[in-house]
Design a protein around this ligand. Structure first.
Ligand SMILES: [Ca+2]
Ligand SMILES: [Ca+2]
Ligand SMILES: [Ca+2]
Ligand SMILES: [Ca+2]
Length: 271
């Protein structure tokens, strides 16, 4: 085991995101507070800075097997993921506050991205078969001292990452032109099992995937820290790609947001 302290790495996060103009404005995690790789972490996947910045839209572009992320093709680059072995733990901090904003779609405030994916049950056509999720206990905190468990959530078990809305192949090598929104959650009621890529993309409805967490359901108004622990004996070795602060938008739970949205749609249809 080893512990890496990475104070001051926030600057590395600058420029990795596609949103905002400064580190404090981007919606991704900004700083590694601590990392213990644990036992059995994937060799070469032990730089915790890989969990800062945007989720992976195009994985391993230098590899012949690389290309846009899809629910069948998860991120696999060593500079894109950090592996957490048994007994290991990763703690990150946001510069900005992640709020229980009533305008957040489906009530979800925080997204955790791993590299979970669906096995292609009809290779190479892309039909979501067995799911390769890998656990990872998640806790959140506002002060980095008092932690709240996110019950039942597996950090590397969320909706698989989707880089583009206009991808038509499950294992693409060429980028699309319509990037997904990594700050927008998938409807937690959506079940991709047995669906083909086009139906999965439709179900994602513009989202780039991820595991959604409603911090309000935990009794919290805001958080700044997230940590992922892999208990000894879990039998899994989760990989973490990124953490995202959800941006209020369509699907937001508040009445006000719904009314504003309705107005916007009407104006759009008036054109
Ligand atoms: Ca940030
Ligand atoms: Ca919420
Ligand atoms: Ca994984
Ligand atoms: Ca990453």
């Amino acid at each position: 085991m080893r512990v890496v302290r990475c104070a001051g790495v926030a600057a590395i996060g600058v420029g990795l995101g596609g949103f905002g103009t400064s580190a404090s404005a981007d919606p991704w995690a900004d700083e590694v507070v601590g990392y213990t790789q644990g036992t059995g972490a994937a060799s070469g996947f032990t730089d915790p800075v890989s969990a800062l910045g945007s989720p992976t839209r195009i994985t391993s572009p230098a590899s012949p097997f690389g290309g846009p992320t899809t629910p069948f093709q998860g991120a696999f680059g060593a500079d894109e993921l950090v592996s957490i072995g048994e007994g290991g733990q990763l703690t990150v901090r946001f510069d900005n506050v992640v709020r229980n904003d009533p305008g957040n779609p489906f009530g979800i405030d925080l997204l955790v991205f791993g590299n979970a994916f669906y096995f292609d049950a009809a290779f190479p056509d892309g039909v979501a078969g067995a799911f390769a999720g890998e656990g990872g206990v998640i806790e959140v905190s506002n002060d980095g001292v008092t932690w709240t468990l996110v019950p039942g959530a597996g950090a590397d078990s969320g909706f698989p990452t989707l880089g583009f809305n206009d991808i038509t192949e499950p294992f693409p090598t060429v980028a699309g032109i319509d990037p997904t929104d990594f700050t927008r959650p998938v409807d937690p009621g959506f079940n991709p099992s047995g669906l083909g890529l086009a139906d999965i993309i439709a179900g994602y409805d513009g989202s780039g995937g991820g595991l959604g967490i409603d911090i309000g359901a935990l009794g919290l108004d805001q958080i700044r820290f997230v940590r992922v622990t892999n208990p000894i004996g879990s039998g899994f070795t989760p990989e973490i790609d990124a953490f995202a602060d959800v941006v209020p938008g369509p699907g937001g739970g508040s009445v006000v947001a719904a009314i504003v949205l309705l107005g916007a749609r009407r104006r759009r249809s008036d054109r």
